[in-house]
Design a protein around this ligand. Structure first.
Ligand SMILES: [Mn+2]
Length: 332
């Protein structure tokens, strides 16, 4: 991973100061966006709006966003497909993107400053300016800090977008990244007017029926290895046809697998197409801080967090299942 020549770490204050003075912003988050990606993107869009700064948002890929985040304002305006060409004075804010590749934004015009704001521990600092903090529970937590130290104008819509990133990346305040600061942030956002039960209803209890049926297929295929320490499942095209589910419905299914008693690693493999046109996506979750699944993902060109990672390969389902099972068992 190349780190630009003029790359440096910046503080929350510096980012706030810079944001205030921007003339134009491109906000970018990662493909197959989760609640933190969409929450941080939306929060920055709204904040730029309040500051009177023109802001365009971009997310790679074409697949529709997960429906549960559809209530977030301004998502309809997010540009998809090829990244818009930008030139100075536009600044690109890359949110929650562990690598430059994740943001699909390697090819900006010369002189475009990239502000890399992220909490993934393996983010190499590919921006000209980097605000990286692996102890932050979510990228929205970093944005919240920036908004706070800069005394930028928060409102209930911005607060709700920030809360979505926080509640989803902490697994509803259950994962090990749920720091006291995460709870304090939630409390402050609630004081700003966020209706936490309405957000929960939107995000967790508005599951499309097709997604529940897809979960059913994943559970049917699930197998426990090493006495249940590894729980592994897969989905292929037939499962999507049979249930009417879409790609976006895969997000979060692995969280049900990881609920298994005694599970230390959960794996969900999504296989698309066959033969030469096959593409296989693997999601990994570790429930044991000694098992770094991002290291496993990196062996196949992927990455992520120590306890939540993934990779995509052109290899077919059977080969991938065998490989990932063997590789995880070696860690147990
Ligand atoms: Mn995140």
């Amino acid at each position: 991973m190349t780190v630009p020549l003029h790359s440096r770490a910046v503080t929350r204050d510096e980012v706030a100061e810079r944001l205030r003075r921007e003339r134009q912003v491109l906000a970018v988050s990662h493909e197959a966006p989760d609640g933190d990606a969409l929450g941080s993107l939306c929060a920055l869009l709204l904040m730029c709006g309040r500051l009177g700064i023109p802001c365009m948002a971009y997310i790679p890929g074409e697949a529709p966003f997960p429906e549960e985040y559809g209530f977030l304002p301004r998502l309809h305006s997010v540009v998809r497909g090829t990244i818009p060409r930008v030139e100075p004075p536009t600044t690109a804010y890359l949110l929650d993107c562990a690598s430059l590749g994740r943001s699909n934004s390697a090819s900006f015009g010369e002189g475009v400053v990239r502000v890399n704001i992220d909490h993934h521990h393996d983010n190499p600092g590919y921006g000209e300016l980097n605000l990286l903090d692996a102890s932050a529970p979510s990228t929205t937590a970093l944005l919240y800090d920036i908004f706070k130290v800069g005394r930028l104008p928060m409102d209930v819509e911005i607060a709700a977008a920030l809360y979505v990133g926080l509640v989803t990346d902490t697994g509803r305040f259950q994962y090990s990244n749920t720091s006291p600061g995460a709870h304090r942030m939630a409390a402050e956002l609630q004081e700003l007017g966020v209706d936490v039960s309405a957000v929960a209803r939107q995000v967790y209890e508005s599951v499309p029926f097709a997604k529940l049926r897809l979960l059913g297929r994943a559970l049917e295929h699930a197998e426990a290895r090493a006495g249940g320490a590894l729980v592994l499942s897969w989905l292929d095209d037939d499962d999507f046809v049979a249930t009417g589910a879409t790609e976006a419905h895969v997000e979060g299914l692995i969280d049900t697998l990881r609920q298994t008693k005694g599970a230390r690693v959960a794996v969900l493999v999504r296989s698309k197409g066959r033969g030469k046109r096959s593409q296989t996506k693997v999601s990994l979750r570790s429930l044991d801080s000694r098992i770094d699944v991002s290291a496993i993902a990196r062996e196949r060109g992927g990455g992520g967090h120590q306890q939540a990672a993934g990779f995509t390969t052109e290899a077919e389902l059977a080969e991938v299942l065998t490989w990932v099972e063997r590789r995880v068992l070696a860690e147990l």
